[in-house]
Write a protein of this length. Structure first.
Lengths: 296, 291, 316
């Protein structure tokens, strides 16, 4: 009775072409994105690999391009990361503990704190620089453009990342552990400090490392906070003026190159070093997560 | 008018025969033991919805008291009142009285942490900490600041939980490496290490195989010489085997609100409950006619 | 053994133990207090940002009229007398953002669709982290690439366009690539969470994979996709280093993207670099432009939160 007595054939030619073209288009999108990444990395590598050597790491910056190096910036970055970490770990973990273990989510002020963290995560990084300039560098606290101000500014920038990662790590610890501990007569804090937090440490550590990876590459907030571009000494304390790797790289990019002094390779070498540091940090984060992940 | 003769011959329940000589046999009149807990019109509601209501009975010292009944009748909710674990649930509200050695457990000046020191709990799913066997047992004494040689405390707890032989050569290994039954005995040892007065057990064997269950039942009979035990169980035979007193719970449906609230129907000597229950609902449950 | 002595010997514990705490647990309260203080720091950050921005902006508007600022088309604050029309900066931000979205939306969605609907699990597992890598590269690297390679070799070289060395087109395109992971990641999550049953229903009716993807999956995942685009837009608006390095610092009130266009962010960075003394007009413009930037991103973020509430929390 069916009107379609023909055998079921293959899809029509035009349909197959459309399908294939669509699929190819999608692959092309992915290829373009990945391709640009590849070209970028290769370009930087080609530009900089010749200049990346021990002299580069040990020298300070200089007008003379072949004598210039990144030492001050490298140590500046290290100091900044130190201050940043010392800030974000206690504050971030404490906030995560408060929100996960103590705060009643039905209360409006706790929901406000959560909403606020979500908002902060999306504020442009340069605005954090303005915050640092207005309060930490000048203004009421008036530290000046020193390591402490820079480190705290970066810390405020990445704090939401640590809080979010910390909360997830705490949430992953099953409630049965808390119940078991409290049923023995432990107080809430004893339970958190001795059972929950130790179990959450790998997740928290991963989050902190990822936050520091973000902070290490930030330039704009440091510019606003007053990182110095040309500096020939390493920080001697948190009250030293400072430079940082992204700032030094930016300085080299901005300088006009001429026949005598070509600053481009210096910038590229600095970028390479930065990327190597980032790779190292991310590898540690991944290793930590794989090695210490608790399977409940 | 206690009549030890069974009125319902079709009920077949094996009452324990091999009991330690120091225990009175169930056919003699029991000397009333001291009441550890006195419950008076105890009720618990979650976010306004009543989960269990009108619970009134006493729990005696050095006895095993079983709470039985179908699912959802508030047995676990009730047992969690006895060590104030319901405090951990923000929407839970407890009404009525719980007297522990004559003291109101929920009085404002009472510290819940102190309560849990003396009234320990073992949970349905074994929940050892992700630490070594030794550290699992030592955790309680350490946080409570108990004095004494920790090695001795750990060994003593493991001995009392009948786990020493299996654990003594692997004290520093992770507790997660043990079998389910061993983990549960570890949780019992952990509870014993803090020297409680009472041990509450919320369906301690429901996640275990029959052999482990048997070991834990033997352990319970042993422990009741020194401790008082309250156990929630779905397994009627288990209640009949180990307990001295039994409370039978049921669920009542509120006609208007479609709410399920638990109530105690009957509380009596275990032998009575299983051979000559007073309430027809109890009889229906223990003879297997109902859930 | 008598039953009586059993009862007595059974428990050596003291009768009627006191349930009062041995000492009041002040420690717990103190600890809780510290934790609350820590949590308040995040609130203080927002308050600080708003206060810092508004304080100087209000002063700024004492010197410069609001209408001149918002509707003026000439931005040269350092001249004597200065012009304070912010529109060129907004145009610069808008142009680079628009170009970035033109790049990021098709490429990001294309990648997302491929990873979600077409790629085999093993391919997905390899490619997804590579896309994430794109997100992890510091923006200054993109700025370097835009200036030293993209403009000379690609725009001028390969495409033979007549653009200045600092131009908004290069900046916009590179920002576009930079934000692809945001679009791709969230859209892909959104598409993958479309129930398989929906696809199967359509396949069962004889639809092709193309039709199922475009007519079934895409609309079902739309709110997550929109959220990803809005979030990417916010990120593009706030981007500083790429525009600072490759986009130039000449504000332009026009549409020539082949020329330099200064954005809100580039202006802030360039001015701050000049170490303006507190209280000077320069210093104040920094905050006024900062407030403008903050308000724009706030509005965009509020819109995106409404869409993103269903899907995962992301931190840029």
């Amino acid at each position: 009775m069916s009107a379609h007595q023909d055998a079921i054939g293959r899809p029509s030619g035009s349909r197959r072409v459309k399908d294939a073209a669509f699929r190819m288009g999608l692959v092309a999108c992915l290829a373009l994105a990945v391709g640009l990444l590849a070209v970028l990395l290769v370009d930087v590598a080609i530009d900089g690999v010749g200049t990346l050597n021990w002299d580069f790491i040990n020298n300070f910056t200089s007008i003379s391009a072949d004598k210039a190096g990144i030492q001050a910036a490298l140590w500046g970055t290290i100091w900044l990361m130190g201050v940043c970490a010392l800030f974000i770990v206690p504050v971030g973990v404490a906030t995560a503990i408060y929100l996960e273990e103590y705060a009643d989510p039905r209360r409006w002020w706790n929901r406000l704190i959560e909403l606020n963290i979500q908002n902060l995560a999306a504020v442009p990084s340069i605005v954090y620089g303005i915050l640092g300039l207005a309060f930490l560098v000048r203004g009421p606290i008036g530290l000046g453009n020193v390591v402490l101000a820079g480190g705290l500014t970066l810390g405020l920038l990445v704090l939401p990342m640590v809080i979010i990662a910390g909360r997830e790590a705490l949430r992953a610890v099953p409630p049965s552990i808390r119940e078991g501990s409290m049923a023995l007569g432990a107080t809430q804090w004893q339970t958190i400090w001795r059972q929950v937090l130790p179990a959450a440490v790998p997740g928290i550590a991963t989050g902190v490392i990822l936050a520091l990876s973000r902070a290490i590459g930030e330039t704009a907030p440091l510019i606003v906070v007053g990182a110095v571009s040309v500096i020939a000494f390493n920080p001697t304390g948190v009250d030293s003026q400072f430079t940082a790797m992204p700032i030094q790289i930016f300085d080299w990019i901005s300088r006009a190159s001429n026949d005598i002094n070509d600053y481009k390779p210096l910038a590229a070498a600095g970028i390479l070093l930065l990327i190597i540091l980032l790779l190292a940090m991310n590898s540690v984060a991944i290793w930590l997560r794989n090695r210490y992940e608790q399977k409940w | 008018m206690a009549e030890p003769v069974t009125e319902h011959p079709e009920i077949r329940v094996d009452l324990p025969r091999a009991e330690p000589a120091t225990e009175q046999s169930s056919s003699e009149t029991k000397r009333p033991r001291e009441a550890i807990f006195h419950l008076d019109e105890l009720a618990v509601a979650y976010a306004g919805k009543a989960a269990v209501r009108g619970v009134s009975f006493d729990i005696a010292r050095n006895e095993i008291t079983a709470l039985i009944g179908p699912s959802g009748c508030g047995k676990s909710t009730l047992i969690r009142c006895l060590n104030r674990m319901n405090d951990l649930i923000p929407t839970a509200q407890v009404d009525g009285k719980v007297l522990y050695h004559g003291q109101d457990l929920y009085a404002p000046e009472v510290d819940a942490v102190e309560v849990r020191k003396r009234i320990g709990m073992v949970f349905q799913k074994p929940n050892p900490f992700p630490k070594s066997i030794y550290d699992n047992i030592a955790f309680g004494p350490r946080v409570l600041g108990m004095k004494g040689d920790m090695d001795e405390i750990v060994e003593s707890a493991l001995q009392r939980a009948a786990l020493w032989d299996e654990a003594k050569d692997r004290l520093k290994t992770n507790a997660f490496g043990m079998s389910g039954g061993q983990q549960q005995r570890l949780c019992i040892a952990r509870a014993l290490a803090v020297e409680p007065d009472v041990i509450l057990m919320d369906e301690p064997c429901s996640a275990l195989d029959p052999i482990s269950t048997g070991k834990i039942e033997d352990l319970m009979m042993d422990l009741k010489r020194e401790y008082s035990i309250v156990i929630v169980t779905h397994n009627m035979q288990q209640a009949a085997r180990v307990s001295d007193k039994t409370a039978f719970f049921t669920v009542e449906l509120d006609e208007s609100e479609k709410q399920r609230t638990g109530r105690v129907v009957e509380f009596d000597d275990t032998e009575r409950i299983f051979t000559n229950p007073s309430d027809p609902r109890t009889e229906a449950y223990v003879t297997g006619k109902v859930g | 053994m008598e039953a009586a002595s059993t009862a007595a010997a059974a428990s050596g514990r003291p009768e009627a133990p006191s349930l009062r705490a041995a000492r009041r647990r002040y420690g717990e309260l103190v600890i809780r207090g510290f934790l609350v203080l820590a949590a308040l720091i995040s609130l203080l950050t927002t308050t600080g940002i708003v206060y810092a921005l508004l304080k100087e902006t209000v002063v700024f508007f004492g010197d410069v009229g609001v209408r001149d600022y918002l509707f003026g088309t000439k931005w040269s604050p350092l001249f004597e007398p200065g012009s304070f029309g912010v529109l060129p900066l907004i145009a610069g931000t808008f142009a680079t953002t628009a170009i970035a979205l033109v790049v990021a939306i098709p490429l990001g969605l294309g990648a997302a669709v491929y990873l979600s609907e077409y790629a085999r699990p093993r391919v997905r597992k390899t490619l997804k982290p590579i896309l994430e890598l794109l997100a992890g590269i510091p923006t200054i690297v993109f700025g370097y690439f835009a200036l030293t390679f993209f403009t000379p070799e690609i725009l001028r070289g390969f495409f033979n366009l007549h653009v200045s060395i600092f131009n908004a087109l290069a900046a916009g395109i590179i920002i576009g690539f930079l934000i692809i992971p945001i679009v791709a990641s969230i859209s892909e999550d959104s598409m993958r969470s479309v129930p398989q049953a929906l696809r199967e229903g359509a396949f069962g009716l004889g639809a092709s994979k193309l039709q199922v993807t475009v007519r079934v999956v895409f609309p079902a995942a739309l709110s997550g996709i929109v959220a990803s685009v809005v979030l990417a837009m916010s990120r593009a608006v706030g981007e500083t280093m790429v525009v600072l390095i490759a986009g130039g610092q000449q504000p332009q009130w026009g549409v020539d993207v082949g020329k330099s266009m200064e954005t809100l962010t580039a202006f802030i960075a360039a001015t701050a670099k000049g170490d303006a003394p507190t209280g000077s007009i320069e210093y104040k413009t920094l905050f006024a432009v900062g407030t403008t930037l903050f308000v724009i991103t706030l509005v965009i973020n509020m819109i995106s939160i409404r869409f993103v509430r269903k899907y995962r929390q992301v931190y840029e």
